[in-house]
Each structure stands twice: as structure tokens, then as C-alpha cells.
Design a protein. Structure first.
Lengths: 314, 508
């Protein structure tokens, strides 16, 4: 029984770079271009892993540790991530906070590695990243908690999973949960989607394709990384996109037939549809002025709070 | 008319006059005349020093009086190594006086910010030191600094992340807010002006076409106009029309590229992708005419290098129609997308007063509501017969600069269409005779960035004793620095793109 749960983290490790390819192809479609090969991210990773890294003399071990810790944290996070209503490899009470902290560790090390270079650009990017994550983190936590409250009722009805664990929360979601508390789920999903765009450096918050250092948030922090280090950064950001994709797809397509493979496949389909949605957004709107990003994120926070209020009232 | 006092020595664009007609003023009278002319609504199109004999320099100011369609050349001779600066009284002189100081070691006393603009060795020895000793290290200078615990400095360039020209930008920031930006150029300095003295020769036209690669046609026309004015060559109506078509195609191509790039800078992909392709289509039209997509070889002294025959003209017309149709869709997408408008509106605004004060030119000036366009104010060639309405907007921000570009694209397309339908007959090229001695001419062309000004002075042999080139970027770089005040640093690339100035045109 346990063996089957390891399939998801392994699958995620294998398939996550494909998500980046899907985003690119969607954008290319809208631009009337042929676009990069779907597997381009894999080629890039293979190429970067074969290169050697260049290190500035002003950097210390922190700079080298950043990408490794980031990748390790992202991979660990996959372990607590449930798919298709089944339990994740690891599940324990409050593991959703564990997930948020893993993402926090990842961000912390990206930020300190950026600061370690002493570059004005990277400092600027780090400051933006931290400022925005202060607002994004509560939105994520609150929307997961709101969903947790809905899931709790399902746990009471017999599924033996710990309280406030991601596995428990997602096991409790189903289409019938949408029937009786659809508003809460919609609010939580919207908040989660905004957080997803922010955390994955997507338009309208950040522009992953820009070459303009002064406007970047995430990209500018990793400008000095090269070779395998940069490959680890690329890989961990692909995994991060997978994590958020799984969290969102879990809400939006909660097929709970009882057949693990079928339920898992539904979520998987959702995960692969998501990059198409991201591509559509990136092809149809401009980036927000940086000054407006906190307002968008506060909006996400408000949605999440509203979800909590509705759950507690109901 | 009170202004037509016969003693006033004036020029119209594309007219040459004997230098003896110019009255050499005393320093005080020169300063008064310049400042008076500026107060009257004139602006400095060129201000430069010409070596005459010994250590003596002649300071020339070419004041454009747009409303009178004429240029007022003023000059004064100087034996001393310093003179009272014009800049405190006339901000337009700021960059020019720094240039004069760097080239000739002439100190404008009282200049508020006297430092190098190109970091090259001086044109002449000063105080017995050899030229080699004085070659400064490029970009190494004191920058304006804001002090305070919370102020941080961001240095960008000269190496950039994109494939663009080198320039150094020094921001004084408080968080994301830019308090001050100083721009330091000179990385593209090639010493073209020095090479032109003693000309013209076979190389001259090629220097002109590579002054600023994306304005090849504009600079080539400005140069050819000076040769034709000096040698009193009248070019045929046909070659004037072909020049007009080449110039407007250059404008359309560059404006289209800029519209796409503006969309790209805010992350709006549809317009970016469309415009990138359409810009290529327009460049190919220029390529069809002369074999070079940037119009090299199209313009030659005495006329044009290539003709447009009936067959080519119908091909161009049909390509123009397709391009216009696609462009209208692509660019209207921008105006209809609120997320794009939110980024354009109010970003990098320059008031009309400041634009007048700094002497901005081209779309940057017209976006501030200034009705300033060489094609209207000092028309030359085809523009004397076929007028293009001046496109202006009044908000002075990125939106205005984008909007003016779009208006100009449409009006230039209409102009090119009319010309292609009505190409007059005439000889393609009339070889100009050798240049007469001791002449002065000023040639103005509305390039796609704005006013291109070439000033030529011939010596007693009819060679160039001085050839001065003012690219529109020379006027506008300071405008960009000003536009960034109290803006978000993350909006710099967008503002920069909305001005889209030339580094090599400035550095020469």
C-alpha cells in the first residue's frame, strides 16, 4: 500500500519540467510562433548539469548552499503533498505548516544567496521577494486552513488521517464538498491561484521572460548562479510549480471514486491543464506596476480570510 | 515686420551662406543674443567651438526659430581658456557646454555640473600636456550622490542583460523610488567628427550611414542636404520623393519596433510578437528599394542611389496595406488592454515647461504637447510640397510617447502611399560640383528620433573645416534622466524604451 504513494513524488520529479514546456508552448501558440520544444526544460537541465559553475570571489558558502537547500526543500515538500485524495508519503498533524516552512526555507536560502553576492540588483530582488512573500504566505496558510475545516467533517466520517494534515484536507474534498461549501472552496482556490502566480514568478506579478534586471523579482536573485547551481534552481522552480499545481488541482478536480489511480489521474490532468491557464494569462495581460503587487496579494489574503469566516460561521 | 531688420544673418535649412556675412559678436553680446533668442521661443540646435587660428576658437550657436522657419547663427571668438557659462541662464546649453569643455578644454565658468560626456582625449593640447596624458578612463567620474542612511545606489551597465548598446546609469534610490538618475555615456565614441574635418571624401557618406545605424537614412539625408546646399545643387523631384519615402519607412519601422518593445517591457506579449514581425516587413520594404534593410546606399549626394519603378511601387503599396491592417489590430490591442494602460499612464511624465527648458526634440517633445517637427517648421525636399500633420499629445508620459508614435506611424503610412502613387519624373542623381570656400550651412532633418542637425563650415579650399553632428539623442538623454525622478526604479526600462535614444548617435 505504501509503495504506491512513492509514485507521486517520483512522478513529480520526472514530470515537473514538462510544466514549463507547456507554459511556453501555450504562449507561443498565442504569439503565432512555433515555440520551444515541449521538452526544452529537460534539455536545459541536462546542458546546465554538464557545465561547471562560476563563482564570484565575493561570495561565500552561502551562495553555493542556496540552490542545494532550495532543491532539497522542494523535493522534501513533495513528500507531504497528497494527490487524488490518497495519503501522501508523510502525513502528520499540521503538516501544512511544514509545507509552508519548507517553501520558506527555500525562499530564505535563495534570498541570502542573492544577498551574498553583494550586488545592488540582487539586493533589490531579494527585498521585493521578501516583501511579497510576507503577504503571500498568510494567504496560502489561511486558504489551506479554510479547506481544512471542510475536510475535517470528512475525516470525522471515518477516513483515518491526522488533523490539519494536507492528506486529510484533500481526502475530505470532493464534488459534494463543492455542493455544500462551494463558496469557501472558490475563495480558497482564487487566493491559492494568486499565490501560485506570485510564488512562481509569473505575470502579472513577475515576468519570467524579461531581460530587464531592474524590473525582475525572482530572476534577478539568481543572476549570478551558473551551471549545475542554476540547473538546481530551474529544477526546484519547476517542482515548486508542480506543488502549487497539485494544491490547486486537488481543489478544482476532486474526483473521489475510491480508485486511487483514477483519482490520481484526474488531479494529474488538472496539474497539466494549469500551465495552459498560466500561458493564457501571460498572453493576455501586462505585468502589474510593482507598486500594485502588494494590493493584489492583500486581495488574496482578504479572499482567504473571507473563506475562513464563512467556514467558521457555517 | 520688425524682425526683418536687414542686418540679421539667418539661414533656412538647406541654405548656405558666405561666412563673411556672419557678424562676430563680442562675448557679452553673444550671450545676450543667445539668451534673448531662447526667451523669444528659439532653441539651441547646435552649440560648438570651431578652431580658427592659433589657439583661438570660434563659438557657434545655431538657434532654431521654429515659428519663423529659420536658423539664427550666432558666433563669438575666444582667445581665453574660459568664458561665463550659458547653462545657468539657459538649461539647453548644459550638455553642449560640457561637450565643448571636453573637446577643447574651454571652461564655462559657473557651469553647475561640468564633467566629461564622452571620456575621450581632448582635441588639442592644453597647458603643455600631451593628449595621451589626458585620456580619461571611461565612466570614471564623480556622480551626483544623495546622502542618507536609507539611500541606496544602483549602478546599471555599461554591460546590459539584453543585446543593446552600452551606457552607464547611476540611480539614487530610496527603496523603490528613484530620487535621481545620472546617465554616463561615451562607450561608443569613435571620433567621427574629427575624421570628417578635411572632407568630404569617399568615406564620408558611409560614416553618415553608420553614425546611428537605425537612423541611417535620416543622417544620410542631413549630410546630402549640406553638400547640396553648399554646392548649390538642385536635386530632382523624383529623388526628393524617394528620399521622403525612405525616411518615412525608417520612421515607421523604428516606431513599430518601439511599440512592440514597449508592450514587451510590460510583459504584454501579443503586441510584442506582432510588431516584431511587422517591423521586419517594413524593413524588408526598404530592403526592396535599395538592397539594404536599414537603407544604406539609398541616399547619395545629389539624389538617391536607387529608383522605385512602377512594378516595385505596386509591390510596396500592397505590402504597406497588409502591414497597416495588421498593425492596426496589434496596436489597438494595446489601447484596449487595461493592464497595459495602467502601466503606461502617468509613468515618466515630463511637463511641457520642462521639455521646453531642456530643449527636447522629436516624439519625446511632441508627447509633451510641443508642436515641434522639422518637417513642418523647416521643411526641406519633398516636405515642402507634401505636408505631414504634426502628431502631438499632451500628457508627457509613456502613454503619450507611445500614442505619438502610433499617430506618426499612421500619418507616415499615408504619406508614403501618396508618394508611391504620384512619383514625379526626374534624374536620379545629379553629381554635385566641388564645394565653394568659406561657406556655412545648417541642415535639419526630422529623423525618427527627432531633429537631426548637421552644420558644415568650409575652409578656403572648400573642404570641411568643421562638421558638427547633433543627433536628437544629444538633446533628449537629459530628458530621460529627468523623467525618472520620483518614479519607481522598476519603471526605468519602460521609460527608457519610450524615449529609445541612441548611444552611438550621442557618442559619435
Amino acid at each position: 500500500m505504501k509503495m504506491i504513494f512513492i509514485l507521486h513524488p517520483l512522478g513529480a520529479l520526472l514530470l515537473s519540467p514538462l510544466l514549463l514546456g507547456i507554459v511556453n508552448r501555450t504562449k507561443a501558440f498565442f504569439a503565432g510562433r512555433k515555440g520551444l520544444p515541449l521538452l526544452q526544460a529537460y534539455y536545459d537541465l541536462a546542458r546546465l548539469f554538464q557545465k561547471s559553475a562560476v563563482y564570484s570571489r565575493t561570495t561565500s558558502w552561502v551562495f553555493r548552499a542556496g540552490p542545494m537547500v532550495g532543491l532539497a526543500a522542494a523535493m522534501t515538500a513533495l513528500l507531504v503533498l497528497p494527490i487524488g485524495g490518497g495519503a501522501a508519503c508523510l502525513n502528520f498533524t499540521g503538516d501544512l505548516i511544514f509545507l509552508i516552512y519548507l517553501l520558506g526555507v527555500m525562499r530564505f536560502f535563495t534570498v541570502v544567496a542573492a544577498l551574498d553576492t553583494g550586488s545592488a540588483f540582487e539586493g533589490m530582488g531579494a527585498s521585493r521577494e521578501v516583501q511579497f512573500s510576507i503577504l503571500a504566505e498568510p494567504a496560502l496558510l489561511l486558504s489551506l486552513l479554510a479547506m481544512g475545516e471542510i475536510g475535517e467533517s470528512a475525516i470525522d466520517s471515518g477516513i483515518p488521517l491526522p488533523h490539519l494534515s494536507l492528506s486529510g484536507i484533500y481526502a475530505g474534498l470532493s464534488f459534494s464538498a463543492w455542493m455544500h461549501s462551494g463558496t469557501v472552496l472558490l475563495l480558497a482556490a482564487s487566493a491559492l491561484f494568486i499565490v501560485l502566480l506570485t510564488e512562481n514568478a509569473r505575470i502579472p506579478v513577475d515576468d519570467p521572460n524579461t531581460h530587464l534586471e531592474l524590473t525582475m523579482i525572482h530572476e534577478v536573485m539568481v543572476l549570478d548562479h551558473s551551471g549545475p547551481d542554476f540547473a538546481m534552481i530551474l529544477y526546484s522552480s519547476a517542482i515548486k510549480l508542480w506543488i502549487f499545481g497539485a494544491l490547486l488541482a486537488g481543489i478544482l478536480v476532486p474526483v473521489r471514486s475510491g480508485d486511487f489511480l483514477l483519482d490520481g489521474a484526474a488531479t494529474l490532468g488538472g496539474i497539466f491543464l494549469l500551465p495552459i491557464g498560466i500561458g493564457v494569462i501571460e498572453s493576455s495581460m501586462a505585468r502589474l506596476r510593482l507598486l500594485r503587487v502588494p494590493q493584489l496579494l492583500s486581495g488574496a489574503g482578504v479572499l482567504a480570510i473571507l473563506a475562513i469566516v464563512l467556514v467558521l460561521k457555517g | 515686420m520688425s524682425d526683418s531688420v536687414p542686418e540679421i544673418f539667418t539661414l533656412s535649412s538647406g541654405q548656405a551662406k558666405h561666412i563673411r556675412n556672419a557678424t562676430v559678436l563680442g562675448m557679452d553680446a553673444f550671450q545676450d543674443a543667445v539668451i534673448h533668442a531662447i526667451e523669444e521661443g528659439g532653441r539651441i540646435s547646435a552649440l560648438f567651438a570651431q578652431p580658427i587660428h592659433g589657439r583661438c576658437l570660434r563659438l557657434w550657436a545655431m538657434i532654431s526659430q521654429d515659428s519663423l522657419s529659420r536658423i539664427l547663427p550666432l558666433c563669438t571668438d575666444m582667445d581665453e581658456s574660459s568664458y561665463p557659462s550659458l547653462t545657468p541662464l539657459c538649461a539647453q546649453a548644459h550638455w553642449f557646454e560640457r561637450e565643448i569643455h571636453e573637446q577643447w578644454g574651454l571652461v564655462p565658468k559657473g557651469h553647475p555640473w561640468l564633467k566629461a560626456i564622452r571620456f575621450h582625449a581632448p582635441y588639442r593640447q592644453t597647458h603643455g600636456r600631451s593628449v595621451a596624458d589626458k585620456t580619461p578612463e571611461i565612466g570614471v567620474a564623480d556622480f551626483f550622490q544623495v546622502e542618507g542612511e536609507e539611500i541606496h545606489e544602483v549602478a546599471v551597465g555599461p554591460v546590459h542583460a539584453g543585446i543593446i548598446e552600452p551606457g552607464h546609469f547611476r540611480f539614487q534610490c530610496h527603496g523603490e523610488l528613484v530620487l535621481h538618475l545620472e546617465i554616463s555615456l561615451g562607450y561608443q565614441y569613435r571620433g567621427i567628427e574629427r575624421r570628417l574635418a578635411g572632407g568630404p571624401d569617399k568615406r564620408t557618406i558611409h560614416y553618415m550611414e553608420t553614425l546611428s545605424g537605425d537612423a541611417s537614412v535620416g543622417h544620410a539625408i542631413a549630410y546630402c542636404q549640406t553638400i547640396e546646399a553648399l554646392s548649390e545643387t538642385r536635386i530632382s523631384a523624383r529623388s526628393q520623393a524617394v528620399r521622403g519615402i525612405a525616411l518615412e519607412l525608417e520612421r515607421i519601422a523604428n516606431h513599430v519596433g518601439d511599440m512592440g518593445a514597449l508592450a514587451g517591457d510590460v510583459g504584454y506579449l501579443p503586441t510584442l510578437s506582432f510588431c516584431g514581425r511587422i517591423r521586419g516587413d517594413i524593413l524588408n520594404m526598404t530592403g526592396l528599394i535599395c538592397g539594404n534593410r536599414f537603407g544604406r546606399g539609398a541616399i547619395r549626394p545629389g539624389g538617391v542611389g536607387f529608383d522605385i519603378d512602377a512594378e516595385m511601387s505596386s509591390v510596396l503599396l500592397s505590402r504597406l496595406d497588409t502591414a497597416e491592417k495588421d498593425l492596426t489590430v496589434a496596436i489597438n490591442l494595446l489601447w484596449k488592454t487595461s493592464s497595459v494602460m495602467a502601466r503606461f499612464e502617468g509613468t515618466g511624465a515630463v511637463s511641457r515647461e520642462m521639455a521646453e527648458l531642456m530643449g527636447l526634440v522629436g516624439p519625446a517633445a511632441r508627447a509633451c504637447g510641443i508642436d515641434r517637427d522639422v518637417r513642418k517648421d523647416m521643411p526641406e525636399g519633398i516636405f515642402r510640397f507634401s505636408q505631414i500633420p504634426v502628431s502631438t499629445w499632451n500628457t508627457g508620459d509613456v502613454l503619450a510617447r507611445a500614442h505619438v508614435r502610433w499617430l506618426e506611424i499612421q500619418r507616415s503610412i499615408a504619406f508614403v502611399r501618396i508618394q508611391l502613387h504620384n512619383l514625379p519624373a526626374g534624374q536620379l542623381q545629379i553629381p554635385p560640383p566641388p564645394l565653394p570656400p568659406d561657406r556655412l550651412t545648417v541642415s535639419l532633418v526630422e529623423g525618427w528620433r527627432g531633429e537631426i542637425c548637421h552644420v558644415a563650415l568650409t575652409d578656403s579650399q572648400g573642404r570641411f573645416s568643421s562638421y558638427k553632428i547633433i543627433d536628437p539623442s544629444f538633446h533628449n538623454w537629459f530628458g530621460l534622466a529627468y523623467a525618472l525622478r520620483n518614479q519607481q526604479i522598476s519603471d526605468f526600462p519602460l521609460c527608457n524604451k519610450s524615449f529609445n535614444l541612441s548611444y552611438c548617435g550621442h557618442d559619435l
